[in-house]
Write a protein that binds this ligand. Structure first.
Ligand SMILES: [Zn+2]
Length: 131
C-alpha cells in the first residue's frame, strides 16, 4: 500500500456509524449529552473518528472522518463509533485528569481501558449481533 493512499468513507458507512453511536449512547445511558454526529474531514488521515465535548455545555460532537489512510469496513467503522462513545463515557474523568496529568498519560490510561472494552464488550456483542 502506498503511504499516501487515502480512502473515503461513504454515506453507507456513516449510517452504520450513526446507528452504532446511538446504540452505545443508549446502552451507556449517556442521556445528559446533546449529541451531534457528523461525517466530516477531520484533517487527520490517521484517525477514523473523533469526539469533542464541552463539559459546561454538555454538548458533544462525534465525527466520522471522511478521508482516512486505511480502508473503511463495517467492522472498523462500528468499532470506531463504540470507541468514541467510550471516550465520551469517560469524559468527566478524562477532563478531571487533564487538570493535573499530561495528555500522554491521560491518553494512555483511557485508551488502555477503551481497548479492553472493545475486546471484552464490543467484539463479543458484535459477533452475537451479526449472526
Ligand atoms: Zn481514542
Amino acid at each position: 500500500m502506498a503511504e499516501d493512499e487515502t480512502f473515503e468513507t461513504t454515506a453507507e458507512h456513516f449510517a452504520m456509524f450513526e446507528e452504532e453511536v446511538a446504540l452505545w449512547i443508549e446502552r451507556f445511558g449517556l442521556k445528559s449529552w446533546q449529541l451531534f454526529i457528523e461525517h466530516v474531514d477531520c484533517g487527520d488521515l490517521g484517525t477514523r473518528a473523533r469526539v469533542h465535548w464541552s463539559l459546561g455545555q454538555r454538548q458533544a460532537k462525534i465525527k466520522l472522518n471522511k478521508v482516512c489512510n486505511s480502508a473503511a469496513s463495517e467492522t472498523n467503522v462500528r468499532v470506531a463509533a463504540f470507541h468514541e462513545v467510550c471516550e465520551l463515557f469517560f469524559s468527566d474523568l478524562t477532563s478531571e485528569l487533564w487538570l493535573t496529568r499530561s495528555d500522554a498519560f491521560v491518553d494512555a490510561l483511557t485508551h488502555g481501558l477503551i481497548r479492553t472494552l472493545e475486546n471484552v464488550v464490543w467484539w463479543p456483542d458484535w459477533k452475537a449481533r451479526k449472526r
